[in-house]
Ligand binder design. Structure first.
Ligand code: NAD
Length: 351
């Protein structure tokens, strides 16, 4: 057994169809809170107010925006102070959870989170805000929600494209957890189960969006993915996706789906668990082929060209990716390696 350090971010997790409706009031009470501030988006605001029902909430902040702009956090913190909120009730996807975390970082208010996508942020200590084009991220125990209510019924309204993209983003967290800096035997265990659960459930949900067992599987997989990512961290794959999203405006989750098989294929020779644990969890004898075959079954983009990257962007993309530090990647990463991965992903070449 290799020597390892495993830091857990223990939260209380309540999982089950209908639990957001039946258990929310009791969970908020467990936090010792009497007046939570609801944080959500305009689209999920009706759901959030229905769930809060008879709770004596302090107010509703539905100004969540992607990438958590600091001005939205300023507004929410001001509303929390003005209304005497004593907790944050977050109902929504990763952007909503991210906003709740940024509020908690400034106010120390406890968070009860009701995730409605497969982002997994609700079980990680990672927070991020943006100011103009500048993104600031960090880790803090203060931002980890104290209680998370996973209710698969709430994800039934996720459109197909978002379902696929969000679930493949969770898959990327699981795969990358095997070689991220904090990888350890426990995160391996959690991530392998996440891969298996997502790979089993996703095709069923894409065929039938209201497949209750499939929706529950995906949400459970998202929880496992967030847990593995929160403890293990991320690596080469996320760094590449970060550049492609930031510099070329490529859609976050679709970028993950396309890039993942190429990075997995690149790292596989140095990470035996990708072959011995991840590939079988995908029902394949090869991790990259298992991922591309899953992508093909659910009909998502398979090349960066399909989601907006041009051949002419390649040199800039390679240069920007190389500005990152890859010292902790299991294989050395230089110009030829980055160019190889990006070229293959751009063209959707067979892995
Ligand atoms: P999102 O939260 O931005 O939501 C996208 C859209 O989907 C919004 O309009 C939202 O209202 C809508 N939506 C949410 N749930 C819905 C539902 N059930 N039915 C219908 N519509 C719904 O998207 P996301 O993919 O959940 O989150 C992405 C963000 O999360 C990224 O910014 C990413 O960086 C962040 N993230 C952070 C962590 C972390 O640990 N900090 C982890 C994963 C992702």
């Amino acid at each position: 057994m290799r020597r390892f350090t495993y830091e857990t971010f223990a939260a209380r997790v309540v999982f089950g169809a209908g639990c957001a409706q039946s258990s929310l009031a009791a969970e908020v009470e467990r936090l010792g809170a009497r007046r939570p501030l609801i944080v959500t988006t305009p689209r999920t605001a009706p759901l959030a107010t229905t769930l809060a029902g008879p709770l004596p909430v302090a107010g509703l902040f539905d100004g969540v925006r992607p990438h958590v702009p600091v001005e939205t956090v300023d507004q929410a913190v001001e509303l929390a102070a003005r209304t005497g909120a004593d907790a944050v009730l977050s109902v929504g996807g990763g952007s909503t959870t991210g906003t709740a975390k940024a509020i908690a970082l400034r106010t120390s208010l406890p968070i009860a989170a009701v995730p409605t996508t497969y982002a997994g942020s609700e079980v990680t200590p990672v927070w991020g805000t943006t100011e103009g084009a500048r993104k600031t991220t960090g880790r803090s125990r203060l931002v980890v929600p104290k209680t998370v209510l996973y209710d698969p019924d709430l994800t039934a309204t996720l459109p197909a494209a978002m379902t696929a993209a969000s679930a493949m983003n969770a898959m990327a967290h699981c795969v990358e957890a095997f070689y991220a800096p904090g990888a350890n035997p426990v995160t391996d265990l959690v991530a392998a189960e996440g891969v298996r659960t997502i790979a089993d459930a996703l095709p069923a949900v894409m065929a039938r969006p209201d497949d209750a067992a499939g929706r529950a599987g995906l949400l459970y997989g998202a929880y496992l993915a967030g847990s593995a990512f929160g403890a293990a961290g991320s690596g080469l794959h996320h760094k590449i996706c970060h550049v492609l999203g930031g510099a070329f405006g490529l859609p976050h989750a679709e970028t993950h789906t396309v890039v993942l098989p190429y990075v997995a294929a690149f790292n596989a020779p140095a990470v035996p668990a990708l072959r011995t644990r991840v590939a079988p969890a995908l029902g394949s004898d090869d991790v990259a082929r298992g991922l591309t075959s899953l992508a093909a079954r659910i009909g998502v983009p398979v090349s960066l060209a399909q989601i907006g990257l041009a051949e002419d962007d390649l040199d800039t993309a390679v240069r920007l990716v190389l500005e990152k530090d890859f010292g902790d990647n299991p294989r050395p990463v230089g110009e030829p390696e980055v160019r190889g991965i990006l070229t293959a992903a751009l063209r959707g070449e067979t892995v």
